[in-house]
Design a binder for this molecule. Structure first.
Ligand SMILES: *Cc1c(COP(=O)(O)O)cnc(C)c1O
Length: 480
């Protein structure tokens, strides 16, 4: 943040724009049509209809000049590519682990890890699940146990580390199920589904000690590790003068196995697995050629592999890593000041609006976070992601398992949006909040059995989208 003369703290962009992409801000009538065609699911929208695409940070972060130029030296080869060895060196240096396996994205690493380490009846204690992680663990007969602290799923909180594991609950899980049934303990950096919330190094150390004592493997999902390290520097007294690089290394040292999505951590595509344990490496290695590709590309193009290596080094640069959290903090603080329910403290990844607080008239069975995502797109062209019951699953009786939180996530991909675009977003959210009683619920009309939030189609329970659009036109006197 940079202080202005009037005392305000502003997230000034610490980069210049050299390649740009034109955006469309279409009239509200066209957006109404687009969301209807997309089954009121923002995953099914086309970018040609979107103004600010805040669906995700996955594969949408801006690449640096050095990343783009590195792609030119890519060494095309099925095996033994020099590009791969450059990435391997980067991973060894940044994560401090010797053995490296490539995967085409984060969930592919989860597939391989779950296939090898999860047996039917196993449990996997974690600070919080991630959608694809849970799906892979369950498909292999395992069960995810979320053992977060009391503050984790409170919308309003000042707890600096809502992503911490509750140590008492961890001990209870181990004594209840027995060491043999605990496949591994999973810690997710900048815990995605609860609002990009970090864990502390002190907490990780306690988790590691327990894991070591019982001989249980500690797995770190490092997809958002850079931001977690940055929050540790900001919020954990002991590390306020530490370098991000050293914080990263300390986090990684404590984990037995680390996997990540490069779509997040390095602003490219791809993913991977690293470990110092040869046994773990050997168990996983044989599945890579089967599911991903040969060991020196793993389903990635060599150009992506080059950019990934450069991106990894840049993740240790504080100026790079702090940009997105600063914009998010600015947006969260402004919404909070305006009395709009938003997850606090600001985390990584995006700004998370509490849809149940925003739309108290829409019951959870009618998917308030999905409705809010549709409503915001209609009135602004900004696309967010539902992270609530639509992203959940049904129980054995076919009833929705209601999510702990109903969040509309507005992702701030690294170095993509400017402050004036952020101000536009905030203005439209404020208008929507003032007109929130016009927003109604949704129902499924087409529902896939697995990961339904990706492809599922919904419909509004009344003609609320048209009424909302009419009010917008009346208030703004135009349809933009
Ligand atoms: C995105 C993400 C994944 C999955 O990675 P993909 O590359 O999208 O398959 C896994 N874990 C976390 C925490 C993530 O944010």
């Amino acid at each position: 943040m940079i202080r202005f003369g009037n005392g305000e703290q502003i997230p000034v962009e610490l980069h210049k724009v050299r390649v740009v992409q034109k955006l469309n801000l279409k009239p509200i009538e066209e957006r109404l049509e687009a969301i209807d065609k997309g089954g009121y699911n923002t995953f099914l929208l086309d970018t040609k209809d979107i103004f600010l695409d805040m669906l995700t940070d996955s594969g949408t972060n801006a690449m640096s000049d050095n990343q783009v130029s590195s792609m030119l030296q890519a060494d095309d080869a099925y095996s033994g590519s020099q590009s791969y060895y450059r990435m391997e060196s980067a991973l060894r240096e940044v994560f401090g682990k010797h053995y490296v396996l490539p995967a085409h994205q984060g969930r592919a690493a989860e597939n391989v890890i779950s296939k090898v380490f999860v047996k039917p009846g196993d449990v996997i204690p974690t600070n919080y699940h991630f959608t694809t992680t849970m799906a892979h663990i369950e498909i292999n007969g395992g069960k995810v146990l979320e053992i977060y602290g009391d503050e984790a799923i409170k919308i309003k909180s000042s707890h600096p580390f809502k992503g911490n594991i509750d140590i008492k609950k961890l001990n209870n899980v181990i004594s209840e199920y027995g060491v043999d049934r605990v496949a591994f303990i999973r810690l997710e950096a900048s815990t995605n589904l609860i609002g990009g919330q970090p864990f502390s190094l002190a907490n990780m150390r306690e988790v590691r000690d327990i894991a070591k004592k019982h001989g249980i493997m500690l797995v770190l999902d490092a997809s958002l590790i850079g931001e977690n390290a940055w929050f540790i520097k900001q919020r954990e007294e002991e590390y306020k003068n530490a370098h991000i690089k050293d914080i990263l290394l300390e986090m990684c040292r404590m984990a037995d196995l680390i996997y990540f999505s490069s779509r997040k951590v390095t602003s490219t595509r791809g993913g991977g697995i690293v470990t110092d344990d040869k046994n773990i490496y050997m168990k996983l290695r044989d599945l890579i050629p089967l599911y991903e590709g040969f060991l020196t590309y793993g389903g990635m193009s060599v150009r992506e592999i080059e950019a990934m290596a450069v991106g990894l080094y840049e993740t240790t640069d504080e100026t790079v890593i702090s940009q997105s959290p600063m914009f998010i903090k600015y947006a969260v603080d402004e919404l909070d000041k305006a009395g709009i329910p938003v997850v606090t403290p600001a985390g990584a990844l995006g700004c998370h609006i509490d849809a149940m607080g925003f739309l108290p008239n829409v019951p959870q069975e009618e998917y308030p976070a999905g409705a809010l995502a549709s409503a915001l797109f209609i009135i602004s062209g900004c696309r967010g992601m539902e992270r609530g019951t639509i992203s959940s699953v049904r129980d054995e009786n076919g009833k929705d398992i209601l999510a702990d939180m109903e969040l509309l996530r507005l992702a701030f991909p690294r170095r993509v949006f400017t402050l004036s675009q952020t101000l536009f977003l905030l203005d439209r959210i404020k208008w929507l909040y003032a007109n929130r009683e016009l927003v109604g619920g949704l129902k499924f009309v087409e529902e896939p059995p697995v990961l339904r939030f990706f492809m599922g189609r919904l419909a509004p329970l009344s003609n609320w989208p048209q009424k909302l659009a009419a009010k917008f036109r009346a208030d703004f006197g135009e349809s933009l």
